[in-house]
Each structure stands twice: as structure tokens, then as C-alpha cells.
Design a protein around this ligand. Sequence first.
Ligand code: UGA
Length: 428
Amino acid sequence: MTGPQVTVIGTGYVGLTSAACLAHLGRDVVAVDIDESKIERLWRGEIPILEYGLEALVLEGVESKKLSFTTSYESLTTADVILLCLPTPVQPDGDLNLRFVEGAIAQMREMLKPGSVVVTKSTVPVGSHHKISAWLDRDDVSVASNPEFLREGTAVSDFLNPDRVVVGASDQEAAALVASLYEGIEAPIQLTDTTSAELIKYAANTFLATKLSFVNELSRLCDAVGGDIEAVVEGVGSDNRIGSAFLRPGPGWGGSCFPKDTKGFAFLAETHGLSLPVAKASYDSNQAHFDHLVDQIVAYLNKPISEARLGVWGVTFKAGTDDLRDSPSVEVMNRLIARGATITAYDPAADHEMVPSEARMVSDAYSACAEADALLVLTEWDEFATADLEKVAQTMAGNKVFDARYMMRPEQASAAGLVITHPGKPTG
Ligand code: UGA
């Protein structure tokens, strides 16, 4: 039983992961993208993004003929479910631009077969289904929402082992058709109305971002009062009502989703004349955290920042991805450079050409430390936890390490002659 025929529009990380995972579940999937060279590469199993396990699933899907790639919209004439996985760029006011979605709907509206369902999968502003229905202008085609909760780096496993699947639709038949995509997955399926489904995505990301802003504020408070953030988080997180997940302090949060979605949440409230300050405060607190960290680093150095040479480990917004969008590391580096620092940085996955910073990029961790007065650890790549600290100490000019990702233990570092500081933890 293959289930519904699926066409996925857009082969970014959401579209490609969804297409490959649905093919793995036995669905017949056609993935469409306007970028011809990308489609050619995908046929060869070449994945344009770093996403663990995705290449194997794409190759499996192509081999089993469950997955195909094209630039043509032809498959829409037979598709039961159309998943929209298109970019929705954020505008300065926090609203998202739906021009790609509108363009795709214009191209597909006359091709869709009666009874099919057009589903928003990548994040769209709350209420988008009304616009999509109006653009479609088809009484015989439904519009539904099936938000993704995929983390970059673990998207394949998140898709195949979700905590829940949310389907928002206004008619039961459409909801059942969308839910049937997930046959073979063991997870509760929540059927709800379309607006609520769209809102669930925003609420989940805003809540998680708020949790992180809170824990980072807590780390600043620990510095002020002399507490230990790791101990505090352990004690707070073991309350089941709070939970220990997503409570790791760091250099601030980033990526392509949290900043966009917290702003989108605040924009939504404003457009409805509501004062709901939490989402905006969470965003502002994160920006303040970058500033705080930079002040802390500047104070930590034993020379003026304008004379300091800094090594940086980690540039992507988190480990496991090559994505640099709204990376906390880049935020911190750019602030330090604006204050006169000279930075040499290393990241195992980032494309050097794409790093939006004047930092000099090098291709191994130890070269980033060469002649550095201090080393900053800003992304939590595993290799930093197992680095040869003796070698780091020999390469550096100074001996200070500022580890914003809690990768190194002070005992290890001091044995190598390094002095280590973690935000929110007493030193020495
Ligand atoms: C996030 C959500 O986790 C996904 O559920 C959602 O589907 C996705 O956005 C999206 O909207 O598409 P992602 O952007 O891949 O996923 O990144 P996360 O793993 O959530 O991390 C976001 C940021 O928070 C990173 O900068 C990360 O380093 C930071 N973080 C995360 C912490 O500082 N501490 C933590 O404990 C967890």
C-alpha cells in the first residue's frame, strides 16, 4: 500500500527531508524545484545541505523509484497531496513574504486534480490558508496545514520519530488524507483546525526560544551572584513540569527559524492589537545576550580588544549543520571585530566563502589558535571536546579559553596550562 501520491514543492531542507522520508515510508513522491542544476545533482544523490542520513534516504528513494526529482509541475495532475515547502523570507516588520507560495499556486491552480489537498509544511504566517484558498480559487481542492518540527542536523530522525504530527484542516476527508502520509510512523496525530495548526508551529518555536533566553539570562545572573549555571539548570530541569531538554546555556540562539518565528509571533499579536510582550522580550533578551558575552570576553582579556588576536572555534549556528543563518557565533564575532579585535576562525562544516564576517577562516582547529591571546568556543562541535589541549596551549600566545558551549572541563584545561572560563560558572 503506497498511500497517497505526493508532490513536494521546494527541495530545501524541509522539502527534501520530507520527500526522502515519505518515500522511505513507501509513498510515491515527486520533488519539484525550479533550480535545474539542483535537480540534476539530486538525481545523482548529491545533497546540497549537510543533513545526517539524508543522502542515504535520497539514494534509497531513487533506487526504489519511490522518489523522483523534476523542475516540471506535471505530477500535480495526479497528486493527492501537495506539500508546499517554499521559502517565506522575513520582512523587516516581522511578517513573512509569501511571494514564492503565491507564484507556485498561480502555476498549479489549473493543474490540480479534484479532491487533492494543498498543504503548507514549511512555516507560513498564521492565516495563510485563507490567502492560499483565495489564490487557488478551487472549490474542489482543500487547503491544510501540517507544520514541520524538524531540527537541522537531526531532521531525518525527527521526521521518522516525531513527538507528534499536527494536521490542521477544515474538512475531515482532507485531514485523513494528510494523516495517511504518516502511516508507518508511531506518533500521536493531532487533528485540528487550520489556524490552530499554523499557530502551533509559531508557539512551539517561540516557547523553545523563550526557554533558551531564560536560561541564558539565568547564566548572566549566576555570574552576578556567583552561582553555577550547570548546577542551577540541573536542579531546575529535573522538575518534570520544566524538563531538562532545551535548557543548555550558550552564546545565544540563532538559525533560520527562531529569530524569524519569535518576530513573527510578536508581529501577529501587534496586528491584532494585542500586547503580548513575551515573544519580543525573548528576542531582545537574545540580542542583549550577544552584547553581554562580548563585554565579558573583552573584560576577560589582559589587553585592549583593539590589540587582541582571538581564535574562534565554531561558526555555524549550532553543531551538525553548515547553516550560518543568524548564527550566534557570527553575531559575537562581528561585535568583537567592530570593537577592533582580529579573529581567526575554524569550523568543520561552514563554507568559508559564505561566512558573513571579516574573520579570517582557516581549515583546522589548531591553526585558528596560532598566536591567539584567547580562544573562544562558540559552536558545540564534538571535535572541540576531544581536542588536544596541550597542542592548543603550545600554539596560542596567551592561555585563556572562553568556552561559551561548555565543551571543555577546567581540570583538562588547567593540566594543559590553559585557563578556562565558562559564562555563568565561577572561575578557578
Ligand atoms: C528549530 C526547532 O527546534 C525545530 O523544532 C523547528 O522545526 C525548526 O526550528 C524550524 O522552525 O524549522 P533548528 O533551527 O534546526 O530547529 O535549531 P535548534 O536545534 O532548535 O537550535 C536553535 C538554536 O538554539 C541554536 O543556535 C542552538 O545552538 C540553540 N540551543 C538549542 C541552545 O543554545 N541550547 C539548547 O539547549 C538548544
